[in-house]
Design a protein around this ligand. Structure first.
Ligand code: AMP
Length: 264
């Protein structure tokens, strides 16, 4: 039972695919006053782009999640023109992508801290049988303490049985080889994407190139710039394995030397 009149709308934070994102404050009588984000989706654009399922999925999935490394969805409402998502405010100045482009690349310790946090969020999602399917710097936001928060669930899927998915989803340079090869796949695609993310944070470039990465992904053709440490290379090799069940399980990531060294 929320509506637009329950909020003071503040500054715009950005523009998404289907509408604007605003900082806002709740001012509903009886409700605690707090700052949040209103993501406004124009219904006609959602319909004309045929992404109703994606939006519904984002809402259904996010509403059941409570984790420090995942943007919380407090609720949602709609009027004749728009759908409004009430989201936790990530106060760390926008997407990790933006910070990465500005910096070129991150130090290995900074990258390892982010990777450890994303892996915690993903491990939590997997316990709920949700595969994210679109982990990349554009979908990660920074919180007040500089912690990473996974913030976009448009490609996520509820998959209670392992290796049950077949739809190609996500962003090409981050998709796992089994997806490209049209095989049934499962949550290990998120571990692959975490490997690609590690490479992008550490090296400032995509591991399999941006132009036609399909062949290189399916051969797992990795080459590292000279500055990448042995521990970082070894860590990435453990995530970027062609065989899904050989990828390092998320609950072992925190024990990896590369992570332990940086997070302590
Ligand atoms: P999106 O439609 O999710 O791509 O959002 C567009 C922009 O709004 C992003 O690039 C962020 O800078 C900002 N934004 C979205 N969600 C949040 C949030 N929960 N907290 C802070 N900024 C956000």
């Amino acid at each position: 039972d929320w509506s637009l009149k329950d909020f003071d709308i503040g500054r715009p934070l950005g523009k998404g695919h289907f509408g604007k994102v605003y900082l806002a404050r709740v001012r509903k009588p009886g409700a605690e006053s707090f700052v949040l984000v209103l993501k406004c989706l124009a219904k006609d654009e959602v319909a004309s782009k045929g992404v109703q399922t994606q939006v519904r999925r984002e809402i259904e999935v996010m509403q059941q999640l409570r984790h420090p490394n995942i943007i919380r969805l407090y609720g949602w409402f709609h009027d004749s023109q728009r759908i409004y998502l009430m989201l936790e405010y990530a106060a760390g100045q926008g997407e990790l992508f933006k910070h990465l482009r500005k910096a070129g690349r991150f130090s290995e310790s900074r990258s390892a801290r982010y990777i450890s946090q994303v892996s915690d969020g993903l491990a939590y999602l997997h316990t709920k049988n949700i595969i994210h399917r679109d982990i990349k710097p554009e979908n990660l936001l920074l919180g007040m303490q500089g912690e990473v928060k996974v913030g976009d669930f448009g490609w996520s899927v509820y998959a209670p049985s392992e290796d049950s998915q077949r739809t190609i989803a996500g962003t090409l340079s981050y998709v796992a080889p089994e997806m490209i090869l049209g095989q049934a796949y499962g949550r290990a695609v998120d571990i692959w994407a975490l490997g690609v993310l590690t490479y992008e944070l550490v090296c400032g470039a995509e591991p399999f190139g941006a132009d036609n990465p399909r062949t290189r992904i399916c051969r797992c053709e990795l080459s590292f710039p000279d500055f990448v440490s042995i521990n970082a290379r070894s860590f990435m090799h453990k995530l970027l394995c062609l065989t899904p069940n050989e990828r390092l399980p998320l609950d072992r990531i925190r024990d990896e030397e590369w992570i332990v060294e940086s997070v302590r």
